[in-house]
Design a binder for this molecule. Sequence first.
Ligand code: SAM
Ligand code: SF4
Length: 326
Amino acid sequence: MLTDGFNRPHNYLRISLTDNCNFRCTYCMPHENMSFMPSAHLMQQDEIDHIAGIFVQLGVNKIRLTGGEPLVRKDAAAIMEKLAKYNTTLTLTTNGVRVHEFLEVFKKNGITSVNVSLDTLDTQKFARITRRNEFNRVWKNIELLLQNGFKVKVNMVVMKGVNEFEIPDFVALTRNLPLHVRFIEFMPFSGNKWNGQSVFTYAQMLELIAGHYHFTPLAGHPNDTAKKFKIPEHKGTFAVISTVTAPFCATCNRMRLTADGKMKNCLFSAGETDILGALRSGADIVPLIQTCLLHKEADRGGQFTDSFEDLNAATMKNRSMIAIGG
Ligand code: SAM
Ligand code: SF4
């Protein structure tokens, strides 16, 4: 089992398939100068397979495909097929717009749970946030996943002044639909114009929901990033991912591979380890993976301040979210 310097076991790998995307979400992409990686710089199918296989030998038992948008990659289906042979839970995070084209691929490759991002239920606001007019397609695809028996988690990034008023509407969805809605605190990344004022906090979310519903906490798994809640008569649940105000680093079990094959031991790590370069040069990547993990900081890449309001996103050393793989 892979363990970091704080004795935290790591068994969960998130692999970004591409930094490209068919959406242009304002909170995820740099507002200026976004250029996508040339495909020769990306991990190729066999390289993803090879690297994932090594992580599995080292104890990884859960793999999430992400991006950018994982389903825009032309060989996404072939990659899923290759990874399906490992004895892991295989899953993905998607903006949902191409899900209908992949339903059978998911089923064939043992994917039973899909995270879909949706930040608003308002068609026009959706177009403003994502800069694409695709609300109806995404919503239909969420319904399609549910009709086909998938577990569906809906990720909503909550931004103050943009969509926090819709939180109760998202909770209302869980009344008749077995959806698991996750409210994510807005996080700072390179170029996304984050500031402390734009964070609608975990505490504020619970206070807002408490004004509409009576809810109870659900027992979670020790490695959960989300604090989960249930309204007794509702089919679904809701949760909060409170990375900014109440981080869950003490039980973190996650590692990341960017689409160009760099390992990040934390979403906010300043450093990266070039796994793909080493693989291409014929080096043994196992010690690189182990060393990268040993250098993991205790908390959020060591880049956060005690008070999030004092954080200066511009001086944090990181990539944009789209180039990390969320
Ligand atoms: N394209 C896919 C999608 O949108 O689900 C996968 C990649 S996306 C980077 C992964 C997740 O990161 C999404 O749920 C997205 O909403 C979230 N995300 C992106 N930027 C974020 C930010 N600044 N703060 C919090 N979550 C963010
Ligand atoms: Fe694309 Fe997902 Fe980022 Fe939106 S959140 S720009 S869909 S990668």
